[in-house]
Design a protein around this ligand. Structure first.
Ligand code: AHR
Length: 507
């Protein structure tokens, strides 16, 4: 099989914002406790942060990390997590049926973020929380001093304000699984008032409004239209979430999941455009895909994502009732999952004109690329390879690409056997082509035709592929699945192994 990929320097999609490689840490399972934070661990620093985790997070070059939830935030009172640790209350976390000790709160997160070199993005509780709590949290974090909440931050050890720029107005508020779930009309009113107070506390902040995340809900997109009509001028981003699941749809359809994400993103962009046009708004709202990943719900047996509706978190996870930091949602990713994640990454790049922030959900232990052992070592999942490669090479300008290739049928219609995303990195003067080869039984000869980039030739070919799609990394065998390098044999052509995710670097 042969495919030809065309790209012209004069046809950009858009600049890839660095925030495309952001991530997410939630008080869920062992993400925070024994993930980020494990006092007494041999690798913990003086604040109890695991330095082995920090090192891997730095290696991923993640610019922004969303915190503290997720579903968790909708039951969370941020006041519980500040001040002397011995006074902090233990609470039932209804979102994940766990005990929250509150040893780790906003101050610990912001200090960890600073040490790690990442920027926090904070979600406020618009479920069970009040709009006043949201405003107070902005004051606590961002006001220099001389007021009750800012002075309390100083008393708690942080003289300098945290200067948090990105704030999420709640999480998945359209879903009945969310504590304090609201109708679109009620969310609109609450978010509008919260936004007002939060911006009074700090006018420089950027706001992310909850959009629809689940396509099967009857409110899908209508929620966004209702809400954006009122909030368009107050917010900077529309949040949406999208998880890809290998749930018996068959290999062909699972590999093609990038197309489902593409439609999901384009649907959100369509509502933004509709509301903008209808109301003659002048400004733009970008998409903040603040949760995306492959999530196979390995804790439970599901036939499809639809089966999730109506499940309690007890049923959704292997959580025993009311444990502290239970080992739940600790997905063990396969080579196939890593290849599929690569396809999703290609979709993000091809939508760089509308998606400004994307957070891989999540970062540590919970549906994550980084895995730790309690009081033990650390290793990376197969998906670490993909995300690391995307974050390393997927910076610059996303370019339009056209492809001539054989097609195949799948649940998303007729698709080309290869799916590319072309990135031009101005600094290195390199063209980097990410390409998914969905051909399951044959390698594909991939010819590259570039125009307007100057003289370029294939310098490197990185690939994720292999015979055993079920291969996983383990603490004992942490390097079972890694990106491999193939020596290019031709200047403008590469052979893409069957069922593979590739990066072709031309300089
Ligand atoms: O990332 C795990 C959960 O998935 C989040 O808490 C929630 O927002 C989403 O449904």
């Amino acid at each position: 099989k042969t495919a030809v990929c065309f790209s012209d320097r004069h046809y950009p999609i858009g600049k890839i914002d660095d925030k495309m490689y952001s991530s997410f840490t939630e008080h869920l399972g062992r993400c925070i406790y024994s993930g980020i934070y494990e006092p007494g661990h041999p690798k913990a620093d003086e604040d109890g942060y695991r330095m082995d985790v920090m090192e891997l997070v730095r290696e991923l070059n993640v610019p922004v990390i969303r915190y503290p939830g997720g579903n968790f935030v909708s039951c969370y009172d941020w006041h519980d997590g500040i001040g002397p640790k011995e006074n902090r209350p233990k609470r039932m976390d209804y979102a994940w049926s766990s005990i929250e000790t509150n040893e780790f709160g906003i101050d610990e997160f912001c200090r960890w973020a600073k040490k790690t070199g990442v920027e926090p993005m904070i979600a406020v509780n618009l479920g069970t929380g009040s709009i006043k709590d949201a405003g107070d949290l902005v004051e606590y974090c961002n006001h220099p001093g001389g007021t009750y909440w800012s002075d309390l931050r100083i008393k708690n050890g942080s003289r300098e304000p945290y200067g948090i720029k990105y704030w999420c107005l709640g999480n998945e508020m359209e879903g009945s699984w969310q504590a304090g779930h609201l109708s679109a009309e009620d969310y609109t009113k609450k978010a509008l008032e919260a936004a007002k107070i939060m911006k009074w506390a700090d006018p420089s902040i950027k706001l992310v409004a909850c959009g629809s995340s689940y396509e099967m809900l009857p409110t899908y997109l209508e929620w966004d239209r209702t809400m954006l009509t009122e909030l368009f001028e107050q917010v900077d981003y529309l949040s949406t979430h999208n998880y890809t699941m290998n749930s018996g749809q068959g290999l062909t359809n699972y590999l093609a999941s990038y197309k489902q994400l593409d439609t999901h993103i384009k649907n959100s962009a369509t509502v933004i455009n509709y509301v903008k046009a209808k109301n003659h708004f002048q400004k733009d709202v970008k998409i903040c895909l603040d949760e995306w990943n492959v999530w196979n719900f390995q804790d439970i047996k599901l036939d499809s994502l639809d089966d999730l509706m109506g499940l309690t978190t007890f049923e959704m996870t292997s959580a025993e009732k009311w444990e502290t930091a239970p080992a739940i949602l600790e997905e063990k990713y396969s080579l196939l999952d890593a290849v599929v994640l690569g396809g999703l990454g290609i979709t993000l790049l091809n939508n760089a004109d509308v998606v400004e922030i994307a957070c891989l959900a999540q970062l540590i232990n919970v549906i994550a690329p980084i895995s730790t052992l309690r009081n033990g070592g650390i290793y990376t999942q197969t998906t670490y390879q993909t995300f690391h490669t995307l974050s390393t090479y997927g910076r610059g300008t996303a370019m339009r690409a056209a492809v001539e290739a054989p097609e195949y049928e799948c649940e998303f219609g007729k698709l080309s056997i290869v799916e590319p995303a072309v990135v031009y990195n101005e600094e290195a003067d390199e063209v980097r082509i990410f390409v998914l080869n969905c051909s399951q039984d044959e390698a594909v000869k991939f010819d590259i035709r570039l125009q307007g980039y100057g003289d370029k030739e294939l310098k490197r070919h990185l690939v994720l592929s292999g015979g055993d799609l079920e291969l996983r990394n383990t603490p004992e065998k942490p390097d079972q699945v890694v990106m491999k390098e193939i020596k290019p044999e031709e200047k403008m052509s590469a052979v893409l192994p069957e069922l593979s995710w590739n990066v072709l670097i031309l300089g």
